[in-house]
Every structure is written in structure tokens, then in C-alpha cells.
Design a protein around this ligand. Structure first.
Ligand code: C2O
Ligand code: CU
Length: 407
């Protein structure tokens, strides 16, 4: 889509058909997930949000390095769009890769009801592949009658969160041919569930993580994909492509992409995707600790919610840190709780580091396991007030949110 083509996203109540059962949810343009948005790298994306819900909403463009005013965050960047109201989002997309959009207002409820969709930024020179397939991992919590469970058991807030009793994956294609080279863009929009996924039927490599291509693609083993994270795999089809969740003893198939024929397999190896242009970390100008506290079995803390960052629950009046544009900041993410947290920074990607502190991979959401510590390097080059929170939305709702100020 070139500049000028404006997309309309209209969130409204919708019935989702799952296994022949109608589940009352919410969707963009009458669909769960919402429509796949595709835009070329460096082009402008223009989206009008038309709110047809009976409550406020707004849209966040997860992983996109965009101007602060377009970030779709309540209080920090905009007010809720009221029922019947509209808002125009318009920004350039600097990085090619797999991103997604979702409601960022009452987001535990609105995202669990289906207000999310893929945002694909295509390369200037697309890779040589036959199929480009988006797969969104999701879970839905239903009650005994099979209806969407809107009541929320508060004990879920302080444990792993709102885990659905139905796991699924929405794939944008249902068939492939043996021998085809396929790109799978795997996105986890689930509100709280960390998926552990294996892929059968595809012989390939991990090409990108959180939208950012890897200089050295990695072998595909079990993929651990926390809420908000993405993994791109490119591979050659060798059989029915099945993605399975492996946390339980017996793997649960999430989606099957059937075989509809065959073609001559490519002999060429899979080349890496072109890298996006991000600034490399400079000398560290400040180091800041983010201590995750609370939850069932976690240490006491000074916040009022079930969870806290640095003894505060919910958005503090002052930012976690204030930086000048371009500064490299080291954040020490210290998880003192008994649960894993997927920590997401808005408006930037950051580097995970190895034990020597050297940058490894770029991410916008990093999973910190229970009682573990992870250091990340952030080149804060995007001015504004940026939300920094746990993307397990139950945890965010119950306290795990702060923000960074970049002048
Ligand atoms: Cu994907 Cu603050 O969100
Ligand atoms: Cu969390």
C-alpha cells in the first residue's frame, strides 16, 4: 500500500465461530483476528480508527519505531477514542518485518476478546519464497457453557494470568505444496500465555525475532514465544506443516497447513534477510534497575497492586529514567517473583546481552524467567514518553507498568 491509501479499522462486537460454536468477542472489521495490514518499508501507514464499541479504545502498533504521538497509549500519548469517535494514525514504518497491532485500552479485556491483528512491513527486495504465511497463536477462556468468560478470577492476576482453556492458531493459508519455500510469521497476541511451539513438516531456519532479521539465522528447535513476541521462520515444505504447543506431555496441535501438491525443491540455501538500520549501542551513560515484585509467592513490596516495579504499582508520576536522545542505557531487569514476565519497551528495540554484556539479538519484548536477571542495552533515540511494561496483560493491569522519558 502506497502513501495515500488509507485503511479503516473498525472495532465492534463480533461472533467468532470456533469448532461450530459461536463465541461473542470483539473484532476489527468484523474479524478475529483483525485484517492483515501490509505496507512497504519506509512507506507511510495511514489508518483511521472508527470506534464502534460501547466503550473507549485505541490502537498500539507493537514494535514499530514511530513518533510518540502515534503510539496509542492511554494517558502518555492520547486519550481514549470514545464510542462513535475516530482517530487518525499516520506514520512511516522504518523497519521491514513482522509486527502487530492491538487495542491498548482496557487491553486485558479488549485483546482477550480479539482486538488484535498482524502488521507486516515488506522488504524493498522481498526474499525468494513461494508462500508468506502469518500464524497467530491465541488462547480463549470460555465458561462451562462454552461462552466467552468475561468474569475474571482475581487469583489469576497474581499468577500466570488469564490463560485460556482453548488454544488455537490462526493461519493465513490452509495449504502448501511439498517443495515450496515458505515464510512463517509467528505472532503471539495471547494476553498471558507463553507458547512453546514445535514445527513439523518444514525444514528451515529462524530468520528474524521480534521483526528484526538475524545476521546469522538460527536452527529451529522448540520456539519459546512470550506474549507480544514474534518469530519468522523460512523453510522448505517436506510434509504437512503442523505447529504444536509442547508444554504438556502430549503436544497439542494448534494449526495444520495441509499438502495440496508438490513442486521442484529449491537447491539454493536460504539467505539471511536484509538487516534493518538500527543504531549500535554506544558507551553506557546510565544503568538502571527494574525490579519485578509481587505475585503469589513473591516478595512483599511497597505498591498497592498485586505486582510492582521498584515498589510502585501502576504508572508512576516520574519516569523510570530520563535520557537525552541517542543515549545508550543499560537496564537490569531483575525478576524477584515466582513467575516469568515478558517486558516490552515502546518506540524502540533493544539488545539482549550475553554473559559478557555484549549485545546479541534485538527485541522489543524480552522474557525474564522467574527469579532470573537479564540485562538489556537500549539506544534511546526516539523522543517522547514511552511505556515500559509487562506484556502479560494481567500483570500490566495489576501493576507492572512504568515509562521512560527521552528528550
Ligand atoms: Cu503490545 Cu504496550 O504493547
Ligand atoms: Cu508479568
Amino acid at each position: 500500500m502506497a502513501d495515500g491509501g488509507r485503511i479503516v479499522l473498525r472495532p465492534a462486537p463480533v461472533d467468532l465461530d470456533i469448532g461450530g460454536k459461536q463465541i461473542a468477542m470483539s473484532g476489527f472489521n468484523n474479524s478475529v483476528p483483525g485484517p492483515e495490514i501490509r505496507v512497504g518499508q519506509d512507506e507511510m501507514l495511514s489508518v483511521r480508527l472508527e470506534n464502534a464499541l460501547e466503550e473507549g479504545t485505541m490502537i498500539h502498533w507493537h514494535g514499530i519505531r514511530l513518533p510518540n504521538a502515534m503510539d496509542g497509549v492511554n494517558v502518555l500519548t492520547q486519550d481514549a477514542v470514545i464510542p462513535g469517535g475516530s482517530f487518525d494514525y499516520r506514520f512511516a514504518v522504518p523497519d521491514a518485518g513482522t509486527f502487530w497491532y492491538h487495542s491498548h485500552y482496557l487491553s486485558l479485556d479488549q485483546v482477550s476478546r480479539g482486538l488484535f491483528g498482524p502488521l507486516i512491513v515488506t522488504e524493498h527486495t522481498p526474499p525468494d519464497i513461494d508462500q508468506d504465511i502469518t500464524v497467530q497463536l491465541f488462547d480463549i477462556l470460555t465458561d462451562v457453557e462454552g461462552h466467552f468468560e468475561s468474569m475474571f478470577d482475581p487469583s489469576h492476576y497474581t499468577t500466570e494470568g488469564r490463560l485460556g482453556n482453548m488454544m488455537t492458531a490462526f493461519a493465513s493459508r490452509s495449504d502448501v505444496k511439498v517443495g515450496e519455500r515458505v515464510r512463517l510469521r509467528i505472532i503471539n497476541p495471547a494476553v498471558d500465555r507463553v507458547f512453546r511451539v514445535t514445527i513439523d513438516g518444514l525444514s528451515g531456519l529462524i530468520m528474524a525475532i521480534d521483526g528484526m532479521p538475524l545476521a546469522d539465522p538460527l536452527p529451529v528447535d522448540e520456539l519459546v514465544i512470550a506474549p507480544g513476541q514474534r518469530v519468522d521462520v523460512i523453510g522448505d515444505v517436506v510434509g504437512e506443516v503442523v505447529l504444536s504447543e509442547t508444554t504438556l506431555v502430549d503436544p497439542i496441535p494448534l494449526t495444520r497447513i495441509a499438502i495440496s501438491g508438490s513442486r521442484q525443491k529449491r537447491v539454493s540455501p536460504i539467505p539471511p534477510l536484509p538487516l534493518n538500520r538500527l543504531p549500535r549501542p554506544g558507551p553506557v551513560s546510565q544503568s538502571v534497575d527494574l525490579v519485578m515484585q509481587g505475585g503469589a509467592g513473591g516478595p512483599p513490596h511497597g505498591g498497592f497492586g498485586g505486582w510492582a516495579f521498584n515498589d510502585v504499582s501502576g504508572l508512576p508520576r516520574m519516569p523510570l529514567l530520563a535520557a537525552k536522545r541517542g543515549e545508550t542505557v543499560l537496564l537490569r531487569l531483575r525478576n524477584e517473583t515466582a513467575f516469568a514476565h515478558g517486558i516490552h519497551l515502546h518506540g524502540h528495540h533493544f539488545w539482549e546481552t550475553d554473559i559478557n554484556g555484549a549485545p546479541t539479538v534485538l527485541r522489543d519484548t524480552t522474557l525474564v524467567e522467574a527469579r532470573d536477571t537479564r540485562e538489556i542495552l537500549c539506544v534511546l533515540d526516539n523522543p517522547g514518553a514511552w511505556l515500559f511494561h509487562c506484556h502479560m496483560l494481567s500483570h500490566q493491569e495489576d501493576g507492572m507498568a512504568t515509562w521512560l522519558q527521552v528528550a
